[in-house]
Design a protein around this ligand. Structure first.
Ligand code: ASP
Length: 362
């Protein structure tokens, strides 16, 4: 690959990738990742862009990440935005998809690339996936820093849109997928990017504003057969402002459970924004399709379409941060703001198309 003149900032937040074994199991160890990268000649190859490592203190297992940590990452990027051509956020895999979605909403406009990566095994292990994930992320950033904008996640030879990716496997090297949006790029013999799937950066790049997330109270609740209305009432109780409701199939819920519907209606009347997403990895929650979905819509729930729970939660945090009233949050949560959802008229579902045609939707 050609030599790169880009300068990349590596923000190391923690995760397995730089962990060492301890008596309590794997723990993040300060200085380890940078030392291991410096030891390895591949990281000094001509085609690898110049990079500097900024290590967070404390390093975190990403299970401990909070919106305050998202803010630290976003601020670190904004503060050095003019100095570097691209940003590599090295992160634990467990909540990396949440951080990818959150950063997508927090940093705006984003005319330079931010790539998140991590690994299933520490860089020091013989069969590690860390070296490939780090090196390929750096090469992607180096080679495409002037064309690749927005937040992406690179893992196991695939580049995903930040608002579409989710962790799907705790054991395999292919830990992530993007079930409702095609892969943005692949790293085979060549590094290939599908440019029509990437937002076009503005030139010259503008320094992004950072929206702090985390002040709103949001939550997520997964429906299951036999759920009692009381547990849902607890989730919807004040001070909660927004809830992601993980529904069955195409956005369905028990429409014969009057207490359940009443709990939703009551919360929606109080201004709680309830967004339906689908439990299956692939597909869309469209409350217009079935009577069991329509009952949710009648109770004040809105469609989250094919958003991941990660994206829907980050989006609720973000919209409440703008001080919109609940009606405006309900309207905007259904709009595509950062490539996080497919509008219903573009959903490739035969049933959806038929239903809409019959209803004169288009
Ligand atoms: N528990 C680790 C973390 O998310 C897992 C990993 O990095 O793969 O920080």
């Amino acid at each position: 690959m050609p030599e790169s003149s880009s300068r990349i900032l590596v923000l190391y937040t923690g995760g397995t990738i730089g962990m060492v074994e301890s008596e309590e199991g794997y723990v993040p160890a300060p200085g380890t990742l940078q030392a291991l990268m410096e030891e390895r000649p591949s990281f000094r190859a001509d085609d690898v862009p110049a990079f500097e490592v900024h290590e967070f203190d404390p390093l975190l297992d990403s299970a401990n990440m909070t919106p305050d940590d998202w803010l630290r990452i976003a601020e670190a990027i904004r503060a050095r935005f003019e100095t570097y051509d691209g940003f590599l956020v090295v992160h634990g895999t467990d909540t990396m998809a949440f951080t990818a979605s959150a950063l997508s909403f927090m940093l705006h406009p984003l005319d330079k690339p931010v790539v998140l990566t991590g690994a299933q095994l520490p860089l020091d292990e013989t069969r590690t996936d860390a070296q490939g994930n780090l090196l390929t992320s750096l090469l992607l950033l180096g080679q495409f820093s002037d064309r690749l904008a927005g937040v992406h996640l690179f893992f196991h030879d695939r580049l995903f849109r930040g608002t579409r990716v989710t962790k799907v496997n705790a054991d395999s090297f292919g830990a992530f997928d993007s079930p409702n949006f095609p892969t943005v790029g692949t790293a085979g013999i060549n590094l290939d990017i599908e440019w029509d799937r990437v937002p076009a950066p503005y030139s010259p790049p503008r320094t992004p504003a950072v929206t702090e997330l985390g002040a709103a109270t949001v939550s997520a609740f997964r429906l299951f057969p036999g759920l009692g209305a009381a547990s849902l009432e607890n989730v919807l109780a004040p001070p909660v402002q927004g809830v992601v409701l993980e529904c069955f199939g195409a956005g369905n819920a028990p429409d014969q459970n009057e207490a359940f519907l009443e709990a939703l209606r009551d919360a929606a009347d109080r201004g709680v924004v309830i967004v339906a997403v689908t439990q299956p990895l692939r597909g869309t929650a469209d409350l217009e399709l079935y009577a069991t979905g329509q009952a949710l819509a009648d109770a004040g729930v809105v469609s989250g379409y094919d958003m991941t729970t990660e994206a829907a939660l980050s989006k609720l945090y973000y919209l409440f941060e703008q001080d919109y009233d609940p009606a405006e949050v309900r309207r905007l949560v259904q709009n595509n703001l950062r490539g996080e959802l497919t509008p219903p008229e573009e959903v490739p579902s035969a049933l959806g198309r038929t239903r809409r045609r019959l209803a004169g939707y288009r």
